[in-house]
Design a protein around this ligand. Structure first.
Ligand code: MG
Length: 451
């Protein structure tokens, strides 16, 4: 049997890989799998999203499933509303941070989290066997879910000290990246008394501003706007608003490891002994922070769904990825750019220090990420070679992670979405980090460029 779902739902170029015919059959498969109603459907700001949403809703209706339309919202808003408003499941039309020509269909369980791999297999079996089942139920003509945005905003505000944040009258620059947080994040922060300056704020599926994926390299405008306006903080979101990247009052942009570390410290300071879930490729900073509060760090394979499902299983309070995906268990065990932003506002409001000082006090780690073109067969050989020749401690939860000393490691793994091998490395010593990256890159090239 083939595969329908990739690491993050059904995804591909609209009209080529992801056609409306495919969307219709996926909707039949999801309707058969859910076999319960109602289901909530939302979509991001891509040009092809409204039509895919219409087809998916019509397909579910055709099998007797009542569907409500949440309209254009961020992915975490849809996920939160499935759980909070009592839907039996959800479907989000989004390709997250992928280029404009892409789109995708993401299936959400009744708990608001993406389906587990086990459940995806059930949907795939229905799809490939065309085993569609009709739910004997009279359907309505489709309703709109008007409560989504308000429920989401109120849900987030209820989990932080809103009065404290309001009292500080913070100035925040939001780089909305022409994406879906434009409908929620500015309103949320205005309600928290912030002065908001927005950039790339028009929703546009061609992502003309800085593309749909925020990285430290494409956030110059955010950085400058923060400095020009003497803002307290800058925040950038990806296309569907589940990831957030932060910039301090001086315009320095941080990776998800550093912003995640200070948020973890902030949350654990009020919740000692809690559990933190993070993939094996994120920084050792997390372990240092967790030790301060006797908290437990649970490492998973790479992938946000791995983190979410582990959070539910172990009843964890925090989940985080190095790419700016942060999860707060009291809200919902999925990445949420707006929830994360408001936790950051609370952190700033509760300290007498500026954000640059708070991050500056973290133990200093240097990170490096790179990738190599690589077939699956080559990547297996790389992993085998590095594993059997490793001198330090080796972990093989996902690809291979080799510890060079107590504070330095290198990890390689095959990408789940592209024919590339990714290398991650970290050290508290920048010279050692360069040496590690250079020597391991050479070993990988010896295999991938070989005859
Ligand atoms: Mg995303």
């Amino acid at each position: 049997m083939g595969r329908l779902f990739g690491t993050n739902g059904v995804r591909g170029v609209f009209g080529e890989d992801l056609t409306l015919d495919l969307a219709l059959e996926v909707s039949y498969s999801l309707a058969t799998y859910f076999h319960d109603k109602p289901i909530l459907v939302g979509y991001d700001g891509r040009h092809s999203s409204p039509i895919i949403s219409k087809v998916v809703r019509a397909g579910m209706n055709a099998l007797g499933i009542d569907v409500a339309n949440a309209g254009l919202i961020p992915t975490p808003c849809l996920q939160f509303c499935v759980k909070r408003l009592g839907y039996k499941g959800g479907t989000m039309i989004t390709a997250s941070h992928n280029p404009p020509e892409y789109n995708g269909i993401k299936a959400i369980a009744h708990d608001g989290v993406e389906l587990s791999r086990e459940d995806e297999l059930k949907v795939e079996a229905i799809y490939f066997n065309k085993n569609f089942r009709y739910l004997d139920h009279k359907i309505g003509d489709g309703t709109d879910e008007h409560r989504a945005i308000e429920s989401y905003i109120d849900g987030i505000k209820s989990l932080v000290n809103a009065d404290l944040i309001i009292s500080k009258k913070l100035t925040v620059v939001l780089d909305l990246g022409n994406g879906a947080q434009a409908v929620t994040a500015p309103k949320l922060m205005q309600e928290l008394g912030c002065k908001i300056i927005t950039i790339n704020s028009t929703i546009d599926g061609s992502f003309p501003g800085r593309g749909s994926e925020p990285t430290p390299d494409n956030l110059d405008l955010l950085s400058k706007t923060v400095q020009q306006n003497s803002a307290d903080l800058g925040i950038a979101y990806d296309g569907d608003g589940d990831r957030s990247i932060f910039c301090d009052e001086k315009g320095n942009v941080y990776g998800g490891d550093e912003s995640g570390a200070i948020l973890t410290d902030h949350i654990l300071s009020n919740n000692k002994h809690a559990k933190v879930v993070t993939p094996i490729n994120s920084s050792a900073l997390l372990d240092i922070i967790a030790r301060k509060y006797n908290a437990t760090v649970i490492r998973t394979k790479v992938g946000s769904v791995e983190v979410s499902r582990e959070m539910l299983k172990s009843n964890a309070l925090i989940g985080l990825e190095e790419n700016g995906g942060f999860m707060y268990g009291k809200h919902i065990a999925v990445r949420d750019g707006a929830m994360t932003s408001v936790l950051m506002l609370e952190l700033i409001a509760s300290r007498s220090k500026r954000l640059s000082q708070v991050i500056g006090e973290l133990p200093k780690f240097h990170q490096h990420k790179t990738k190599f073109k690589c077939t699956k067969e080559q990547s297996n050989r790389v992993v085998e070679h590095l594993t059997s020749n490793a001198k330090g401690k080796v972990e093989t939860l996902d690809g291979v992670k080799i510890w060079v000393d107590d504070f330095s490691w290198v990890m390689v793994r095959q990408s789940g979405t592209e024919p590339v091998m990714r290398l991650y490395a970290e050290s508290n010593d920048s010279n050692l980090l360069n040496e590690i990256v250079e020597s391991y890159s050479k070993e990988i090239r010896n295999i991938t460029d070989g005859p």
